[in-house]
Every structure is written in structure tokens, then in C-alpha cells.
Write a protein that binds this ligand. Structure first.
Ligand code: SAM
Length: 278
């Protein structure tokens, strides 16, 4: 299996854990020996792969403690490189997973002036929307094409993609993204003379937060995969707060807490896990 955009943090080993648990459970039911698993962790070459491999012994120890060491051997390797190109030999992967990574574009699209903003906002000109969508379509198509060559027929791919709703709040009001807030802060810094206005105007983020329909359209147009399941779920902006504390906090305390958390950027957005078969 391969995990595309594995990063180097607490989430890096989660997909391997989940897969091993699922295999273990299935093998028990079928009264079969667990297979040998080879896992490739993929990310860009700048990712801190060294820290992943340094924490591998403690991951193995935890796995053995919790799963009783009854699973088959698991070989873990790194595969640095962009997932928008080929990374593996033809027909070599049974399972591909990617979580929270495909909203990163391969480059910032050529866009007309997106004044005072660093990403799409409700008031961005239509041409800016179009340029971002075009880049997403081009990149996601390249991702699917590469994986379609690397996966065996009958393999499976599970993607969790950072997405958006058409009406992104239950009342139908526009709720700003974290990047819109960042843009506002940078605008304040321009007003305070800390940043040059032209620098803010020319800076745009290489991300695109797609609608589920846009994701489906690319998969259908590329034609290598069929979608067997597509779900959407919301992650609330205060999801970084422990459930036990959330109910006792007022909204200002929650706001302050969330603003200080690194994970806050995973705020009230839609995420679409999709399961694809080549
Ligand atoms: C937000 S992290 C997701 C980490 C982890 N998968 C998770 O769900 O928490 C996104 C990761 O995607 C990686 N990434 C972005 N563009 C990539 C590309 N073209 N090829 C490979 N990895 C990429 C980033 O370097 C980053 O580590």
C-alpha cells in the first residue's frame, strides 16, 4: 500500500494502523494467516522522513502491545516525490490512501489580480475561481492517471479530500475560510506599514478546496476509476478542543483556544472520503 502525502506528525502512522487492524480482523474471520504488508510513505522530498523512521520503533512497540503481535510482518519504506507524477512501477500497488493532501496544488495558477487576498474569497473575480479550478482539474487528473498505471486491477483507493459546500453554513451564510482570515490579518499588516501592498496582492496560495461535484467530474472525465462510495462530513472549527472541555467553555474562550492551536486550520469545512476502484 501507499499513503500519499503522509507528512511527519502524529497522523503519519494512522492509516497503516487502520489497514493492519482491518486486515487482522478479516483474517481472523476467514481463519487465514495475515499477509505480509509493504507500506510506502510518500510525501515531497522536503518532508521530515528522518523523524518518521526515528519514531518507527515506538510505533511497532505500540502496535505489538495493542494488537498482540499477531499480524504478519510489515515493511515500511519512504517514497519521496510529488504524487502528481509517477512514483511506483506499473501494477505494483494494491491499496492507495491519501488524506488531507490533494487540496495542495502543484503550483499557484496564473491568476488575474486577487486584490488583498491570498486565496479565493466570495468576492474574488470569476476568472480567479476559474484559474484555480483549472489547476485543480489538471493536477487531480495527473494524480489519477499516475495511480491508474501503478495500481493492480482490482485494487482500491481511499481519498479524504478537504472540500467545501456550495452554501457553507447551515444558515446559508458565507462562512470565511481560515485563509480568508489570514488574508484579513495580512491586510491589517499592510495598513500598519509592516508589509508592502504589492507583495500581498501578488501572493496566492497553491491550494484548491473543491466541491464534491468537482471531484466527481474529474474522476469521471479521467475514466480510470469508478467511485464506489462518496461521503461528506463536517469538521467543526473547534474540533481541536477536547470533548470533555468543549461544553464547559463559552464561545470566546473556545475562540481563543482554537486560535492558538495548530490544528485550527482544519476548521469547519467539508471533507469527502471517496473510495475508488481502477
Ligand atoms: C495536511 S498534510 C496531511 C498529512 C496527513 N496525511 C494527515 O491526514 O494528517 C498534507 C501533506 O501533503 C503533502 N503534499 C503536498 N503536495 C504534495 C505532492 N505534490 N506530493 C506529495 N505530497 C504532497 C505535504 O507536504 C503535507 O505533508
Amino acid at each position: 500500500m501507499a499513503d500519499m502525502g503522509c507528512s511527519s506528525g502524529p497522523n503519519t502512522f494512522l492509516p497503516i494502523w487502520e489497514v493492519m487492524e482491518a486486515i487482522d480482523e478479516t483474517c481472523r474471520k476467514l481463519n487465514r494467516k495475515n499477509p505480509i504488508l509493504q507500506v510506502f510513505l510518500n510525501d515531497l522530498p522536503g518532508n521530515d522522513f528522518n523523524s518518521i523512521f526515528r519514531s518507527l520503533p515506538s510505533f511497532r512497540k505500540k502496535l505489538e502491545e495493542e494488537m498482540g503481535g499477531e499480524f504478519g510482518p510489515c515493511f515500511i519504506a519512504a517514497m519521496p516525490g510529488s504524487f502528481y507524477g509517477r512514483l511506483f512501477p506499473p501494477r505494483s500497488l494494491h491499496f492507495v490512501h491519501s488524506s488531507y493532501s490533494l487540496h495542495w496544488l502543484s503550483e499557484v495558477p496564473e491568476i488575474p489580480l486577487n486584490k488583498g487576498n491570498i486565496y479565493l474569497v466570495e468576492t474574488s473575480p470569476p476568472d480567479v475561481h476559474k484559474a484555480y479550478l483549472n489547476q485543480f482539474e489538471k493536477d487531480f487528473t495527473a494524480f489519477l492517471r499516475s495511480r491508474s498505471e501503478e495500481m493492480i486491477p482490482g485494487g482500491c483507493m481511499v481519498l479524504t479530500i478537504h472540500g467545501r459546500d456550495e452554501n457553507n453554513d447551515s444558515s446559508g451564510n458565507h462562512s470565511p475560510t481560515i485563509w480568508e482570515f489570514l488574508g484579513m490579518m495580512l491586510n491589517d499588516m499592510v495598513l500598519e506599514g509592516l508589509i508592502e501592498e504589492s507583495k500581498l496582492d501578488s501572493f496566492n496560495l497553491p491550494i484548491y478546496v473543491a466541491l464534491a461535484e468537482e471531484v466527481k467530474d474529474v474522476i469521471r472525465a479521467e475514466r480510470s476509476f469508478t467511485i464506489t462510495r462518496l461521503e461528506s462530513f463536517h469538521v467543526s472549527w473547534d474540533s481541536c478542543i477536547d470533548d470533555r472541555c468543549r461544553d464547559t467553555m463559552d464561545k470566546y474562550t473556545k475562540g481563543k483556544y482554537a486560535a492558538k492551536q495548530e490544528s485550527t486550520w482544519k476548521h469547519s469545512r467539508v471533507h469527502s472520503p471517496i473510495m475508488l476502484f481502477p
